[in-house]
Design a protein around this ligand. Sequence first.
Ligand SMILES: *Cc1c(COP(=O)(O)O)cnc(C)c1O
Length: 230
Amino acid sequence: MERQQELATGLEKVRSQVTTTCEDAGRDPAEVTLVVVTKTYPASDIRALAGLGVRDVGESRDQEASAKVEESSDLDLTWHFIGRLQSNKARAVARYAHTVHSLDRASLVPGLSRGATEAGRTLRCFLQISLDGDPTRGGAPVKDIPALADAIASAESLQLAGLMAVPPVTWDPNRAFSDLLGASAHLIQQHPEATGISGGMTSDFVQALRHGATHLRVGSAVLGQRPPLR
Ligand SMILES: *Cc1c(COP(=O)(O)O)cnc(C)c1O
């Protein structure tokens, strides 16, 4: 019960910040999807969050995610895969995820497409871009966006949702989200349906919202500080 209260408090705080920021920016909060990132936290937290009206949850590791999906199968949730994708896991992830935020190279497309087709569903895919061109942290270089977008949009059972980015650590988030918005405007000329912008975590979702983010991926502000990842 205490945990439920903790989650309710964190969630309420984030939701009200989203509403206030949208009002300030002249945006409709209904066009923003809050993805609550539950990685490292138990399935019981996901159940509690579902009781608080959360529908969208984010996970970043296949093994952990697939176990939680199974434990939560009676809840009507939308699963977002946000972590780095290994090619050999793509097909498995596509069987349970509704949306992938981290598609950053062409070699992932066949596996995702096959898994989604086998599961009889359409998988929404955000193309993750690297704003500073540093490939070690994931994300495709900006110059690769057009070809990669075409590959996703034309693959069976995949739907191009838009762009995703994580701001480079040394950048002002405003610069990062402004660049992301620019890249999105460019993509939309080619793929008018790909209007999604996945940006913004606990530390910077307010800036992301001001720059047009449609999907926020917020973990610790709702669930608490995670122990450092191994
Ligand atoms: C963990 C993670 C988040 C959530 O981070 P918080 O700082 O806890 O909000 C968002 N996006 C990605 C890609 C992540 O790996």
